[in-house]
Design a protein around this ligand. Sequence first.
Ligand code: ISL
Ligand code: CA
Length: 551
Amino acid sequence: MIRKWWKESVVYQLYPRSFKDSNHDGIGDLKGIIQKVDYLSWLGIKAVWLNPIYDSPNDDMGYDIRHYEKIMNEFGTMDDFDELLEKLHQHDIKLIMDLVVNHSSDEHQWFLESRKSKDNPFRDYYIWKKGNNTKEPNNWASFFTPSAWTYDDNTDEWYLHLFSEKQPDLNWENPTLREDIYSMINRWLDKGVDGFRMDVINLIAKKVGLPDATKSEDGPYVFADEHFAMQPKMHEHLQEMRERCFKHRDSMCVGETPFVTTKNALSLVESGKELDLLFHFELMDIDSRNGKWDYIPFDIVKFKQLMISWQKAIPWNSLFWSNHDQPRAVSRFGDDSNELNRVQSAKMLGVAMHFLKGTSFIFQGEEIGMTNYPFSKTEELRDIESLQFMKNAVQGDFVDFAWRGILKKGRDNARTPMQWNDSLYAGFSDVLPWINVNTNFKTINVEQAMRDSNSILHFYKRLIELKSTSLTLIYGDFEPLFVDNDSFFVYKRSYKLEQIVVICNMTKEIKFLEYPDEWRSHSMILSNTFNDGNQFQPYEVRVLMINSNHA
Ligand code: ISL
Ligand code: CA
């Protein structure tokens, strides 16, 4: 067991646009975050991951970067950034930045140069190709637009973009580009940032020759992850980046790695020469069939199998229920249809996930049980993915299906403003925010949760304290129990002589679990119901400390 700060820190993912507005323009900003550092410190979190705060035209809310070393005007200035970093560090909170280097904005200087001519020194910073007669160079689909290619008549070539046409993919084959990226990373690290969350970092290498995707799907464009995810060259690039930027630093790198499975995940984190941590998406895909919009109900048994297999697959997991791309956890995996179930299921989910072995990531608002937004019309949406999807739905005449998908899975569910209090606009801003505040802010907000000692917030504070101080919950071995039970998620964590057992009723019904008598006589260190015995209330959770001599 190697001790690391990032194993002992609960990370808070903060979406700056929606956290706190300090200057009355309806957009969250760095000064707003500075005002809330005391709150983060009170909550007990030890690291913050900030979604992108760099200069950007916001085609994809900051994931389209125009300048890697400037702060987005709406968010403030570099002075504000320095102040935020200093204040976080004063409170013993590390800062993890988003690193978006699979693509840049089409307004980045590099791309403006690149598109000028075929012999421009920056031409090769991006991926340009001749068309296939009058058509795209290959059949690859993009995440946001039908085709992954856009034609540029200036040079009569097409450029690749796995995301929107304003997010051209960078060409990692180009060593000069790579060096530029490493220098940029090093300048941020030298400034004092403590690590990076690396956006779609396992997509940076594309198969040489960019062959057609072979999967059969309806329509002309096909997801080519076989040719752009987890390519051998990606490992080389990650190792080089590690050498150049991270080797002699005590920093943390967590890769966002879609398409990763339990079979190939180890290759990224095993050697310590690439990433420290990764985010896989197998849990996020659990309630869909053909792509994210095709919703199917959440299955507890599948959930258990998945979590258990990941606990076994890699030595250190990233634990999260949601992020800025996902719906709200309590609406998705718990029950937000009534207040009691919302509170109970949010607490149970918190324990079920965060007491597993790995680094916990809490997405802003999770700690007060914020819910999905009841969107009623397209005009309320802001997210490019949702808007593109609705556009296609109108053309393809599947609007009802699409709208159901938006309500269940739309990314804007996670992006509504943080609910601080019950004043107009929930204390996020005093003017109309860039995206609507959830209608339930009068009852679900931080101030009210602070007053209520039984709130999700107080429960999370305790959970975070345990997760960042108990060596058993941090480093202890994981052992699943009652594996075949289809209602309860039960597991044990053990470290030296100490054992902690977690019992979660994941259903909205009263359930019974015959568990060993010797567990009963020991202390309950966390629970959401004052209860003992074999009967469990809906979403009841119990965390028991077991003296190993008796277990
Ligand atoms: O959000 C998704 C599906 O709804 C994911 O497929 C997502 O696009 C993928 O995980 C990559 O996400 C990251 O890169 C995107 C950006 O839009 C996301 O916000 C970011 O988390 C492009 O930079
Ligand atoms: Ca603002």
